[in-house]
Design a binder for this molecule. Structure first.
Ligand SMILES: *Cc1c(COP(=O)(O)O)cnc(C)c1O
Length: 370
């Protein structure tokens, strides 16, 4: 018995809220007799690209594979450096290394937790010695907030680097009225169950600006097949299955309402927290994948919240460059990721998802007294 009455995330609540529609979609997919890359997947790809308003979507196995497929489709692998942040899901860096490319990790802006464009400018102007040329940049739109992607994009154009947006936490987020995922050469999404658009299993997608790139990625996700059983290039197996696609088609129709509800709850928390509330970037529409505060003596605060039935999370407790699998062998930018290390020591995520009840929101508000 955990005694937690307000978990930090609750994918089960999201299923229960839409159970009749999801069950019907699953039944339809099961009865169709076709389970991988069929009409549900094609329909979801078309609906997802239409929702984004740009590009061609290609479903795949998960958000990590989406990043790797985007890189491979763009010709990035051994002999290329890819710049991203250390304050992210380890998936971003794992995906870069899986292609054979070399990651270079830079710091975040401390108030928005996204890639510091000033440091990006400095590594593009004078790359750290000993690395292959920088060919791509992956900003992560973390916690539901778009990175300073216009400045990052103009730096990429100036230095001839490709721009891939990691949108795993930013389905529906906007910057100056433009959707996250429409700024780069490609954008990648995860449909892990807790994401703003979540499957009931694994799923992911790449959205490519260029339809030819989408075609290359569609081949890469299935053994490099461009024709049946003929591999013209070396590919992988990373497909979105029909059950998940059918579920995602239902959930996509509720994504906007879910993001609106997330923002409403965030405003309630903001009101209680005052100057301790997380900052929103001006001109941006945050979708609050996570509601992240900084707390002193985090262990004690988490324990007090737990006693009151409230679950919290830490995203992320250890920066990628300090994790055992990476420590001491990953190239860092000149700032040595100091703001990343500070953030990792004090961030805490409160419960935030559309299915929270008013009573649960009130329960959280009553406990924000560190
Ligand atoms: C979840 C996530 C991923 C990875 O997605 P999976 O579907 O779990 O592979 C990548 N990047 C970020 C920022 C994420 O939050």
């Amino acid at each position: 018995m955990s005694g937690i009455t307000v978990p930090q995330a609750s994918p089960g609540a999201a299923y229960r809220a839409l159970k009749p529609e999801i069950d019907a979609a699953v039944a339809r997919a099961l009865e169709s007799g076709w389970y991988i890359l069929g009409q549900e997947g094609r329909a979801f790809e078309a609906e997802f690209a239409a929702w984004l308003g740009a590009g061609t979507a290609v479903g795949c196995g998960n958000g990590t594979d989406a990043i790797a497929l985007a890189l491979r489709g763009l010709g990035i692998g051994p002999g290329s450096t890819v710049v991203t942040v250390s304050h992210t899901a380890v998936a971003t860096v794992a995906a870069i290394e899986s292609t054979g490319a070399t990651p270079l990790l830079i710091d975040i802006e401390p108030h928005h937790y996204t890639m510091d464009p000033a440091e990006l400018g400095s590594v593009l102007a004078s790359p750290p010695p000993g690395l292959p040329p920088i060919r791509a940049v992956i900003p992560v739109h973390l916690y539901g907030q778009v990175a300073d992607v216009e400045v990052i994009g103009s730096l990429c154009r100036r230095y001839g680097a490709l721009l891939i947006e990691d949108c795993a936490q930013a389905h529906g987020a906007k910057r100056n009225n433009r959707m996250a995922g429409t700024f780069g050469d490609a954008a990648t999404f995860s449909f892990y169950p807790t994401k703003n658009l979540g499957a009931l299993g694994d799923g992911g997608a790449v959205v490519a600006r260029d339809p030819e790139l989408a075609g290359r990625i569609a081949a890469l996700r299935q053994y490099g097949w461009t024709r049946h059983y003929i591999s013209d290039v070396v590919g992988v197996n990373s497909r979105l299955d029909e059950l998940q696609a059918a579920i995602l088609r239902v959930k996509l129709t509720y994504l906007h309402a879910g993001n609106t509800r997330r923002r409403e709850i965030a405003r309630v928390y903001d009101g209680v927290l005052g100057s301790r509330a997380p900052l929103r970037r001006r001109g941006s529409e945050h979708v609050y994948h996570l509601y992240v505060v900084r707390v002193p003596e985090r262990d004690a605060v988490q324990a007090r919240l737990r006693e009151r039935g409230i679950g919290t999370g830490i995203h992320y407790p250890v920066p990628v460059h300090l994790q055992p699998a990476y420590e001491g062998r990953i190239a860092l930018g000149p700032s040595r990721c100091v703001e990343t290390e500070r953030a990792a020591a004090s961030v805490m995520s409160l419960p935030l998802y559309p299915e929270l009840t008013e009573a649960q929101v009130a329960q959280v508000c009553g406990a924000l007294d560190w």
